[in-house]
Design a protein around this ligand. Sequence first.
Ligand code: ASN
Ligand code: ZN
Length: 320
Amino acid sequence: QTATSVEGTGVTSSGEEVPLQLTEDAGTYSMVDRSNGDTAISTYDGRGYDVLQVLGQMPASLPVVSGPDDRFDGEDTESGAVDAHVNAGHVYDYYAALGRDGLDGEGGDMTSIVGVTSNFRPFVNAFWDGTKMVYGSGDSEYRTLSADLDVVGHEMTHGVIEHTAGLIYAYQSGAMNEAIADYFGNAVDVDVSGTSMDDPQAGLLGEDLCRTAAPRDCALRDLNDGRTTADIMGATWEYDSGGVHYDSTIFSGALWDIREKLGAAKADRLVYTALSQYMTPTDGFYAGREAVVQAARDLGLSARDRLAVATSFAAHGITL
Ligand code: ASN
Ligand code: ZN
C-alpha cells in the first residue's frame, strides 16, 4: 500500500468549494500536496499550540490536517486549514509563472501551521519563521489569518526575499522587505480573484479577514495610502523593528503605482527581477529605486514605461 495523490474538495472561509490537492494513504486523506514536482505543500493543525511552541521547530505531536474522506469543511474551514492549503498552492503557481521553483527557488517544501494562539489567547497575526508559515487563530473581529490570499502571499514572499535579496528586517531595508511582501501578496490575490487594479480594494491587505467591519476600516494596510518619504517614522529598533510595517507603504505605494501604470505582467516581472537580481541586504529606498531602474533597463522596458517608473517613485518622495 503506497500513498497516492488525489484531488479532493475543500470549502473556504468565504464558503466557496475549491479543488484540494491531497495525499491518500490506507483510507486516510491528508493535506499534503505533491502535485508540484519536488515541492510538498503541507498544512498542519496548530490549534491548541502557542506561537512559542512552533517557532523554528515542528513539535513531533503536531498533526498534519487529515480526515477519512476527500472533503474538508466544517472545522477544517474554521481553523483556516482549507484556505492555507489552497492559497499556498496559488502562491506556488504564481512564482512558478515567474520562473521560480518554490520559496527557496530549488523546489523546497512549503509548510503551513494554522490556528495558533499567542499566550494561549486569540492571535491576530501571521509570520514566516525562517522555514514555514504560521497563521494565527483570528478573533471576534478577524477571521483566521490564512483566509486572505494576500496575507498568505505576504508571508510566503518573506521566504522568497530571504532566499534572494535578503533584505535585513530593520529600518529602511526592513520596510522594503515588508513592501515587497505586500506587493506580491496583493499581486497574487488580485490576479487569482480577478480584481481590477482600478478597484480601490485592490490595494488593501487583509481586507477579506474582516468579519463585520467595512474592509477599509479593518484592513491591515493600504498600498494606496499615499505616504511619502516626508512621512517616514524614523522609529526605534524597539518599535516594530524600526517601523517596518509603517514605512513600508512609502515603497510599496510606489511599486503599486507602477503596477497600475505598466500592468500586472510587466510590473511583476520588473519587481521580481529587481528583487532577485539587484537588491542587496542593506538597501534602503533609494538603492531600492536604483534596483528597479536597473531591472527596467535589463528587461528593455520602453522609455515611456521607464518614465512611469521614475514618476511613481518620485510621487512617494523616493527621488535620486
Ligand atoms: N505579519 C507580520 C509580518 O509578516 C508579522 C511580523 O511582524 N513579522 O510582517
Ligand atoms: Zn511581513
